[in-house]
Design a protein around this ligand. Sequence first.
Ligand code: 3PG
Length: 394
Amino acid sequence: FRTLDQLEPAGKRVLLRADLNLPVRDGKISDTTRIDRLVPTIRELADKGARVIVCSHFDRPKGKRVPEMSLKPMAVALGEALGRPVGFADDCVGPDAEAAVAGLKDGDVLVLENTRFHAGEEKNDPALVDGLAKLADVFVNDAFSAAHRAHASTEGVAHKLPAYAGRLMQAELEALDAALGTPSRPVVAIVGGAKVSTKLDLLGNLSKKVDVLVIGGAMANTFLAAQGKAMGKSLQEAEMHDTALRILDEARAAGCTILLPTDLVVAEAFAANAPNQTVSVDNVPAGMMALDVGPATVAAVESELKRASTLVWNGPFGAFEIPPFDTATVQVAQTAAGLTTSAGLKSIGGGGDTVSALRHAGVADRMTYVSSAGGAFLEWLEGKTLPGVAVLAK
Ligand code: 3PG
């Protein structure tokens, strides 16, 4: 794919697909990571004299103009992060957008209103694609985290304009390639989370690509129960036992070592500081539930990490939101970050809870790369082709 290294943007109108789908709490942006990571691309384009037209979706307005889902606050936050004025157009296509673009000078930055205010966005409707393409001379996609959607602004428009990867997209793709494409081995993957059923494809794909697959979180309970262990009141999916055993068999056949917990921290209730004890996976008391993995499991994971060259991490080990059940996640995260610095471990994390877990452990900026993507990172771990990336490679 082409990057900004191949683009001479001076005087050009650049349609930049960003992901301004930021978390908002009580009407306020609660995390500006996606904006912070977008800034280098915008700054580079604007400094080189491009007229930067930023488009993005926000939330799921389903083709309707929902005032609470306006991108205006994101435009303000982007202006603050850039330290320069940022314009705003009330629509992403049509007369408002065209007039705003016509008023741009070289180096100016404009944000267009939420692309999902148009039903054509999610349908990848040619009319919306044309409306967007008309605004610009070239298209730059910096929204890896939305690249699993084949929408007008992520996929359709890339067929209509010369298309390039922005710096954030480039960084994500390079990190992912280092993790599973052409990784230095051994590769260890840690997969946690609540349910096996939501991560079937992911486990299947990873077990064919990595050397050691560590399974943690509540999904480990399902594997342990499938092996005949009594799991007490632990969260697990009884209907997934056969599937879990099949995943273990297939991984073994592919030469992948699976590491399941050997000890667990159990409590009577899912509550912060609930009285708890550490038990072997063979001795889970009937009235108790597993909320974290225990120290023997942590030690086994750490010794795999010490031998590893590459780590891919998705999902916490335990209920890390409620102490002390964050212990294993925090300890392994700190070990991984330490090995990244001291031993050159390539550590890549992403998807859903993983970023907040790594942040909670205080290591998010000490890993080799932490993806800004949620669903897109997961689909990529599943081995799926992301439409917004595929079209850039054409
Ligand atoms: C995300 O936040 O993961 C992306 O912006 C995609 O959002 P979506 O799941 O609403 O398509």
